[in-house]
Design a protein around this ligand. Structure first.
Ligand SMILES: [Zn+2]
Length: 138
């Protein structure tokens, strides 16, 4: 299993993370066959620098939009404005959405934002390779 993220979507995540820092940014990646095609920026209802919580109503609407576009919810991402792309104890405890890859974007090195994909199930964390893809011409 892996997650492919086109460059423009990766750049959008980083831009959102930078704009919100020091508050954590969060959102959802939708696509097919583990390839992200669409990014949905979400509100961090907690508005904190060490934690995020997606706004439930907003999440409901986005999930509906993803289904009607015939896509899947592939990943839930959030930023770590000042810490590495490692899941916190809270991240692991609150990773309750099944079959979704948790993506963390770290701005610890602002010049070289790091990204990590994780499967988190019952407190067990498995890393999922994340590949940033060049834009494709179709
Ligand atoms: Zn986190």
């Amino acid at each position: 299993m892996k997650l492919e993220i086109p460059t423009n979507i990766f750049e959008q995540m980083v831009a959102q993370a930078k704009a919100l820092a020091p508050i954590e940014a969060c959102g959802i990646l939708a696509g097919k066959d583990n390839k992200a095609e669409k990014l949905f920026e979400m509100t961090n209802a907690d508005n904190r620098s060490d934690h995020f919580m997606m706004e439930p109503k907003e999440q409901f609407t986005v999930v509906k939009n993803i289904r009607s576009a015939d896509l899947e919810m592939l990943a839930i991402y959030h930023s770590h404005p000042e810490t590495p792309a490692r899941p916190s104890a809270e991240d692991i405890r609150l990773a309750l959405t099944p079959d979704v890859i948790y993506v963390i974007v770290s701005l610890q090195d602002a010049k070289a934002p790091a990204v990590k994909g994780l499967l988190i199930e019952d407190g067990t964390v498995t890393e999922v390779p994340v590949k940033i893809m060049e834009r494709q011409n179709e």
